[in-house]
Design a protein around this ligand. Structure first.
Ligand code: MYA
Length: 426
């Protein structure tokens, strides 16, 4: 079993830095030990899955918790260019970095809008904190609604992302206040569960994945310090190793269009049913998350294979840039592709034919690499989830040192093992 969407654009870098080193005893989680999340030390054995705490909307505070003097709550208007610029600048200066500060995310407004203005979004979930005098935006948290299925139960939850506190205000317990506020707003809407990912260890991951990277433009990755030259190798050899064909190879492959949305949702729903945890997409959501928009910079690429009028395969990837920083100066950007959802009839045949699935996924992902390279992306990232173990090795992805932990808020679930380590050995 595997899971889920690697949507949390935020955590690629924290992931690189984490690997469990942040774990502490339960008692040391002063905030998290007060929250409805499973505790460390209670793992093992099968538990009954479901909400940890039941509440009523009438009992939820109508007003936010007051902030310390000098700060005030605001909701940001991401449709407004000025507000968008402020969120963009806060995140770019203060969001997730790698340990050596070599790369910093460059979240262009197109990506922020895609991630935070998904179907069902409401402005009240774009929560900011301003310094009262300077009016400066100093902290932010956001959520979009998602229907998440864990095994055979589906529930609505708030998918929380872009939690960020200005570097000068760190360590002042502002993050718990932001988390409580997004919880309160969700609760007033009758939403009692949350979904989030982080590179750091918190009580208590429902699943943990590893990052894998596949060079598309090795020369650039090497020049900026992302890819080392392996001992005994030569640059020409690395370039040859990662070379890709000029054209895709799958017959019937084409860009996804609006007319494909229904077929893609049906195929994806059947495919995702094979995993223990997955979002459930409506057509409106699939249109938002998958259909490439041609105005502005492209964020998402999606392709289908059409065979005799039927959609038999689907894959998608999105791009988030990272600034390459040298001597505190931004010299260039790394264009990073992230494998998003995919589905194929090859995984759905009865009886299950793993060899056929492996062959098909390798062909599709190889085409994804070709298309990402054509789009001038520099590296292709994927996580150890879904059926990725069937192609990561063959497609020359290398394991990164980062992990990504998946969390559920107010929902107790048995551990879900990642696709690669469990069944799909590389
Ligand atoms: S993950 C990305 C998080 N952002 C970054 O890493 C950007 C760079 N870092 C920062 O901006 C700050 O360091 C942050 C913490 C804001 C992260 N998730 O205010 P503090 C706990 C959850 O003194 P600061 C993403 O966006 C920490 O363990 N908790 O700390 C998903 C401690 O609690 P405890 C975290 O460093 C976010 C407390 O905060 C995280 O100034 C999902 C310290 O607070 C973290 N990533 O600020 C949020 N980092 O004492 C949860 C630290 O117990 C959503 N902490 O150890 C839950 C679901 C809610 C919806 C429910 C609906 C019903």
């Amino acid at each position: 079993a595997g899971l889920l969407k690697n949507l949390n654009l935020a955590d690629i870098m924290t992931g690189l830095a984490a690997s469990g080193k942040n774990a502490k005893d339960m008692g040391a989680y002063k905030f998290w030990q007060t929250q409805p999340v499973p505790r460390f030390g209670e793992e093992g054995g099968k538990v009954e899955e479901g909400p940890l705490k039941m509440q009523k909307v009438e009992d939820i505070d109508q007003e936010p918790q007051p902030l310390v003097a000098g700060f005030e709550w605001v909701t940001m208007d991401l449709a407004d260019d000025e507000d968008m610029k402020e969120v963009y600048e806060l995140l770019n200066g203060h969001y997730v970095e790698d340990d050596e500060a070599m790369f910093r995310f460059n979240y262009i407004p197109e990506v922020l809008r895609w991630a935070m203005m998904a179907p069902g979004w409401q402005r009240k979930y774009h929560i900011g904190v301003r310094a009262s005098q300077s009016r400066k935006l100093v902290a932010f948290i956001s959520a979009v609604p998602v229907n998440i299925r864990v095994r055979d139960r589906t529930f609505r939850s708030s998918e929380v992302n872009f939690l960020c506190v200005h570097k000068k205000l760190r360590g002042k317990r502002l993050a718990p206040v932001l988390i409580k506020e997004v919880t309160r707003i969700s609760n007033l809407d009758g939403v009692w569960q949350g979904l989030y990912t982080a590179g750091i260890v918190l009580p208590r991951p429902v699943s943990t994945c590893r990052y894998y990277h596949r060079a598309l433009n090795w020369t650039k990755l090497h020049a900026c310090g992302f890819s080392p030259l392996p001992n005994g190798s030569k640059p020409e050899y690395q370039v040859r190793k990662y070379a890709l064909p000029e054209a895709t190879s799958t017959k019937g492959l084409r860009e996804m269009q609006d007319k494909d949305v229904g077929a893609v949702v049906r195929l994806l729903t059947r495919y995702l049913a094979r995993f223990d945890m997955a979002p459930q997409f409506t057509e409106e959501e699939a249109r938002h998350w998958f259909l490439p928009k041609k105005d502005g910079r492209q964020v998402i690429w999606s392709y289908v294979v059409e065979d005799n009028g039927a959609v038999t395969d689907f894959f998608s990837f999105f791009c988030v840039e990272s600034s390459i920083i040298k001597n505190n100066e931004v010299n260039d950007v790394l264009r990073v592709a992230y494998l998003f959802y995919y589905a194929t009839e090859a995984g759905l045949s009865e009886p299950r034919d793993r060899a056929a699935l492996k062959t098909r996924l390798n062909a599709l992902v190889n085409d994804a690499l070709v298309l990402a390279k054509k789009a001038r992306l520099d590296v292709f990232n994927a996580l150890s989830l879904m059926d990725n173990g069937l192609f990561l090795g063959q497609q020359k992805f290398g394991g990164g040192d980062g992990q990504l932990h998946y969390y559920l808020f107010n929902y107790r679930a048995n551990h879900i093992s990642g696709g690669v380590d469990a069944k799909n050995q590389l």
